[in-house]
Design a protein around this ligand. Sequence first.
Ligand SMILES: Cc1ncc(COP(=O)(O)O)c(C=O)c1O
Length: 371
Amino acid sequence: MSSSRFDLQYANPRMSEAERRARMQNLGFGKVLSEHMVVVPYREGEGWLQGSLKPYAPLCISPAANVLHYGQAIFEGFKAYRQKDGSIKSFRPKSNAKRFNESAARLAMPELPLDVFIEASDLLCTTDKDWVPGTLDAERLHDESYYFRPFMIGLGDFLGVKAAEEYLFLMIGGPAGSYFQGGIKPVTIWVEEEFVRASPGGTGRAKCAGNYAASLLPGKLAKQRGCDQALYLDAIHHKYLEELGGMNVFLVLQEGSRTVIATPEKTGTILEGVTRDSLITVAKELGYEVEERRISIDNLEQAHRNGDLKEAFACGTAAVISPIGTLLSRRGTWVINDNKVGEISMKLRSALLDIQYGLVPDTRKWMHSIL
Ligand SMILES: Cc1ncc(COP(=O)(O)O)c(C=O)c1O
């Protein structure tokens, strides 16, 4: 790929084929990164400067850099998939580019032109084409992908609390294996009634590093209780479902004769997931009734008691859909669908994966061709 926006002369000589192949065995999530990265500096008054493709290497920044003290750090996550014909396409990268800029605005960071974001991901993935897993074996196709991690940090060499005047946009990436090693298993989720993830007016809607730092303790405590992750409630009433530390949440409810797929509405305090949005679209197209609404923990308890809570699942780029088999809280243990993978959850999961792997026509123009 030729580009005037990115200097390519620092690209690393490629890793040997044998070493790359060895690293691509037993892929998990986020464990293997390629040997390249894209870097674009920003300076106030000058704007975004020429970027470069570089070897993946440690960064050298000032000990007084904003990111180290005041946390100007945002990131994104999206994937590219090897298609049936061997080509490579990313899924809705513009949605991530837009959300990245919304996060940047909230943290008083400069917005990055959408085409720089897209060009950076195309360049990285094209350079890393051998790191994009994919065989034409249908089972593996549904498991592996290339994960992009774009991020931006505030730099500077000054300890005053103010927005930095210099920034770095970076993009790293690597192959991602199955989220569920050994098959899809329903997860157990702790309903977190004490710690909150985000409050109105805060940064919940932004994908900023601080949100994740704050979720680590509740996540750790949830694990100590035998749960996989925590499900957060709203910060004002400690009552309405919000989302998990790294995924949105959906319920399948029987309401009289209606089967409703419900998800917490956008309140400005949840991350507006690209998977969430895609599943809403796909579910509606499959003929399901979908409602974005406030869901209280009391409603949930009632629905479970009445046998109306048919399925629950978490969703996000990494897992697409992760079925929830059990909700644990101070109020008790609620087993959902006999702790089995739900039919609707799996139907939606397959429908989205089929689009991502190009097994069905891309009628919504969600796929972006890279190579
Ligand atoms: C807090 C949070 N919610 C939801 C999601 C799901 O978002 P997406 O579907 O865009 O991956 C993520 C994943 O990035 C997340 O970190």
